[in-house]
Design a protein around this ligand. Structure first.
Ligand SMILES: [Zn+2]
Length: 475
């Protein structure tokens, strides 16, 4: 590991320290100056995609992802392109594997809990035995090429008409294409270092995407960011959800998967279903051309939801009430989240929840504000007053009502308070699994009971509604 990536790996940086962030300059359209120039790229894309897919399948099913694996499959691509494909496939397979492992762990936890309720007590709720459905290997559909210096070269243009030249090697050996890149003034401004006034050095790796029959380029550069948050700054916890994208321990809510979006999502879902039905029907009749089930409006909706999320997180960071604070947020494993109702699961996917933590990280880095990733287990089931942790504390999705002390709050708010307190909680961080975490939380509950003079009796009378005790480090 080189020095740069070491610096980037470090998660919790202290005040005054600087770290490297990679920033992307996205959606630069490749313009065709001479007709037919990008045809070489069009010819390369399907060959590259097919090879990359072979390695994705290999790394997901039979071998551990290995970025520097020896070439295995035959291809008309050059050896350099071949290595680029292996590297990209290993990255895709790696994240697929870790998402799948997290989901599988969640399933095992659910199963253990289910089995416990089956043997220990007479279950009052009609719980279904959790089932594991094996994941499909990812399918690469749209051409996306993560190219490095082996196959592309980005050079500043000498004449003034264009800003850069992108040289891409193609299927034909010795016949690379040179594509001129012109940047809009606002992009040039973004690429100028405010301190030195000079253009930043761009990374040699670039990403090429083909979407809607057009080619798009993503450039990136590294920038140093200084953390400006003092370590004793008050912690604001962030809970992430669908009803409200962001709920903070300061009792603020930002953005939601609102009525408009829900209605659009519903229409899109219905349209997809109709198409799927039609496909099934035509298949039976051996129709000639099957309609595609992917939808353009669906893609637009996803982009729109992401914009709403960006706006919500931005509001949270720029809220005057949050000046001088640090943030705590939890890593969601959206892949393992499940609701009982199918429609809810569809909302979950459509709401792009996984985009929220990414956006929080990006905002904190951009602004030099400390944001700490904390353990997420039981944050929505734990009572923020007495630490009693139970599923039953959540009678409905939006409500938190403690079974022991009777504390009642909006569920997201209760969770955000828990999250704010988990910064620097070494005892929780040392836990190896969810069972250990629950044991620690219940120990804390016992300690709370002792403090309240409730002793060890398991039958504790309900207290009147309480208010959360505030610790010094959280608001
Ligand atoms: Zn409680």
């Amino acid at each position: 590991m080189n020095e740069k990536s070491k610096q980037r790996k470090k998660k919790n940086v202290m005040v005054g320290e600087s770290y490297l962030v990679t920033r992307a300059v996205t959606h630069i359209r490749l313009v065709e100056v001479n007709p037919g120039k990008l045809a070489a790229l069009d010819a390369l894309a399907p060959v590259y995609l097919a090879l990359c897919q072979q390695y994705v399948t290999l790394f997901c099913t039979r071998e551990k992802p290995n970025k520097v694996r020896d070439p295995l499959y035959a291809t008309p691509l050059s050896e350099r392109w071949h290595r680029v494909a292996i590297m990209q496939a290993a990255g895709i397979a790696q994240s697929w594997r870790s998402n799948r492992a997290a989901a599988y762990q969640q399933y095992r936890d659910d199963l253990a809990r289910y089995q416990k309720t089956q043997t220990n007590e007479v279950s009052t709720t009609k719980a279904h035995e959790p089932r594991w459905r094996e994941w499909n290997v990812p399918t690469l559909r749209e051409p996306c090429i993560q190219a490095n210096v082996n196959v592309v070269k980005l050079e500043a243009s000498q004449d003034s008409t264009f800003d850069y030249w992108l040289t891409v090697s193609t299927l034909e050996k010795g016949h690379p294409i040179a594509v001129p890149i012109k940047l809009a003034p606002y992009r040039k401004a973004a690429l100028t270092d405010p301190k030195t006034g000079q253009t930043r050095k761009l990374n040699s790796s670039v990403q090429l995407n083909k979407r809607d029959a057009l080619w798009w380029l993503t450039l990136s550069y590294d920038a140093t960011q200084l953390i400006q948050t003092p370590p004793d700054a008050p912690v604001v916890g962030i809970d992430v959800g669908i009803a409200n994208f962001v709920t903070t321990s300061t009792v603020k809510r930002y953005g939601s998967f609102h009525k408009d979006l829900r209605a659009r999502h519903k229409r899109d879902r219905a349209k997809r279903r109709r198409k799927a039905k039609l496909r099934a029907c035509l298949k039976k009749k051996r129709g000639k051309k099957l309609p595609s089930t992917s939808s353009r409006t669906g893609g637009r909706l996803i982009r729109h939801v992401k914009q709403e999320i960006n706006h919500a997180v931005n509001q949270c960071f720029t809220d005057p009430e949050h000046e001088g604070v640090q943030f705590a947020y939890e890593q969601l494993s959206v892949a393992s989240m499940r609701f009982k109702a199918r429609a809810q699961n569809a909302y979950l996917r459509a709401s792009q929840l996984g985009h929220i933590p990414r956006q929080i990280l990006w905002n904190s880095q951009k602004r030099g504000v400390q944001a700490t990733l904390v353990i997420s287990a039981y944050s929505s089931q734990e009572c923020s007053v007495c630490h009693y942790t139970d599923r039953k504390n959540r009678p409905e999705q939006g409500t938190f009502r403690c079974q022991v002390c009777g504390f009642e709050a909006h569920a997201d708010h209760n969770a955000s308070v828990n999250i704010s307190r988990r910064v620097g909680d070494e005892q929780l961080r040392a836990c190896l699994d969810r069972t250990a975490i629950k044991a620690v939380l219940m120990q804390r509950h016992e300690a709370w009971k002792q403090q309240q003079g409730m002793g060890n009796s398991s039958q504790v009378k309900r207290l009147k509604r309480g208010t959360p005790s505030t610790s010094t480090s959280s608001i």
